[in-house]
Design a protein around this ligand. Structure first.
Ligand SMILES: CC(C)(COP(=O)(O)OP(=O)(O)OC[C@H]1O[C@@H](n2cnc3c(N)ncnc32)[C@H](O)[C@@H]1OP(=O)(O)O)[C@@H](O)C(=O)NCCC(=O)NCCS
Length: 231
């Protein structure tokens, strides 16, 4: 009998468990079904900033080792500023109060230093939910946490009448890139960092022997004649 995975909703908590058909009866007599970890999502509060910052540093440590750009806010100060900014959703995913994932998204192009071009999406009838951060604690990779967080983001987009999730992933972040491709993300555009080597040489000139005292010009034959020969 096909086993189907589906989330069971209780309030804003969703537990990722296998739903059994009549087989249940048989198992009830035998082995006690192992309780699955319960993952819950909530909005980040000011009190969480410190813990989440530590979580982000840990979750992106290996990724940042391979990418030209930081894949998370550059500093705790910048992360604190994000919390104050309007229109940014910051979601925490927890299992027994441990932060297992964090997601950050915006419903429109926000911020004065945002390079996103809204007309690109308008022209293609895309109403995006911009996913600015998605990270799962390294110890929880491959357990379905990322998939649940992505499901939450899809849900938020639907609830807000948006029809696409749009995010940026570094090409060098191969695991995430493959993960997104498997989940129907398609490439829209790419900003490629390129480099070429420069023949370097020291900025400062090497020591040089001075040429030695030059004869003062006046002692030269024909003294007193103007350069243009006019006397
Ligand atoms: C990319 C990332 C979010 C994926 O999160 P994750 O929790 O490992 O993802 P999942 O567990 O849902 O899926 C990963 C694999 O686990 C497997 N898996 C195991 N148990 C699973 C379950 N219960 N449900 C779903 N998948 C499960 C899946 O098969 C999946 O493999 P697939 O991609 O080949 O389908 C996570 O690796 C991450 O946070 N990376 C570091 C930060 C980062 O790069 N973020 C993205 C920046 S753009």
């Amino acid at each position: 009998m096909a086993r189907r995975r589906s989330p069971r909703k209780t309030g804003n908590q969703t537990s990722v468990v296998a739903e059994e058909r009549p087989v249940v009866a048989k198992r009830a007599r035998g082995k006690k079904k192992q309780a699955q970890p319960l993952i819950a999502v909530r909005h980040m509060t000011r009190r969480d900033i410190g813990r989440v910052w530590e979580f982000l540093k840990l979750s992106f440590r290996d990724v940042n080792a391979e990418t030209v750009e930081y894949q998370r806010p550059r500093s705790k100060h910048r992360f604190e500023e994000i919390f104050e900014e309007e229109g940014i959703e910051q979601l925490l995913f927890e299992v027994d109060d441990a932060i297992v994932a964090y997601a950050e998204c915006t419903y429109e192009v926000t911020g004065s230093d945002n390079w996103i071009n809204p007309r690109y999406f308008e022209k293609r009838d895309m109403r995006p939910l911009f996913v600015d951060e998605l990270a799962v604690h390294p110890e929880w990779h491959g357990k379905g946490v990322g998939s649940f967080a992505l499901e939450q983001l899809h849900h938020l987009a639907r609830v807000h009448g948006l029809n696409h999730l749009v995010l940026e992933v570094a090409e060098n972040n191969e695991r995430a890139l493959e993960w997104y491709k498997k989940r129907a993300f398609k490439k829209l555009d790419a900003a490629v960092f390129m480099a070429t080597s420069v023949d370097t040489e020291p900025e400062l000139l090497p020591p040089r022997e001075l040429a030695g005292q030059r004869e003062p010009a006046s002692t030269l034959p024909g003294e007193g004649s103007e350069p243009d020969g006019e006397s």
